[in-house]
Write a protein that binds this ligand. Structure first.
Ligand code: AMP
Length: 189
């Protein structure tokens, strides 16, 4: 069993790479963003609790996010491997994940970070915005998500780096080139 975290700011291409990885390696894809969106769409108690926070682009509190993630992982005990997308986003989340994995006799083997600087990301988004017709509140939310990433989420990287689990890939480039670099990490026996 190989468990992988795909890491990077919003708009770095995690979704595109995740789709390819699921097809190629048979991972169970767990995206906390998708799970929260499912809950808000279906108006569950959890959905109602997090709706406002998500709409603002802020991070949902750790206790809520960790509990939801653990429940999701526990639903798939026979998984070939998990691909986590959007989790962990804080050091307490990363620590809780390690404990959960250890209790299940496994671990997070690789953390693949798609490296895109804030400047590059904002340029990329500005280009996309010139094409799409985006609502102002969407822009504001995206701004907040980017700020959350560069002020909070990036602090997770040194946590994994110290333990030699971090593999950083240049997130600027063609989908194929980036996919090949990820495969080179995962295909090592
Ligand atoms: P995403 O699609 O991964 O960008 O997630 C969408 C939103 O869900 C984020 O802006 C947060 O409000 C919330 N969210 C997703 N994952 C997490 C997480 N690991 N910790 C806290 N909030 C999260």
């Amino acid at each position: 069993m190989i468990n992988v975290v795909i890491f990077g700011p919003p708009g770095a291409g995690k979704g595109t790479q995740s789709d390819r990885l699921i097809k190629k390696y048979g991972f169970i894809h767990v995206s906390t963003g998708d799970l929260f969106r499912w809950h808000t769409k279906n108006e569950t108690a959890l959905g109602k609790q997090v709706k406002e926070i998500m709409n603002s682009g802020a991070l949902v509190p750790d206790e809520i996010t960790i509990a939801m993630l653990q429940e999701e992982l526990a639903k798939n005990p026979g998984a070939k491997g998990f691909l986590l997308d959007g989790f962990p986003r804080t050091v307490p989340q990363a620590q809780a994940l390690d404990i959960f994995m250890k209790n299940n006799n496994t671990a997070i083997h690789h953390v693949i970070a798609l490296d895109v600087t804030e400047k590059e990301l904002r340029e990329r988004i500005a280009k996309r915005r010139a094409v799409e017709n985006r609502a102002d509140d969407e822009d504001e939310k995206l701004n907040k998500r980017i700020t959350e990433y560069f002020s909070k989420t990036v602090h997770v990287l040194p946590f994994y780096e110290k333990q030699n689990r971090l593999k950083t890939i240049n997130g600027i480039g063609s989908v194929e080139v980036i996919a090949d670099q990820i495969a080179a990490i995962l295909d090592v026996p």
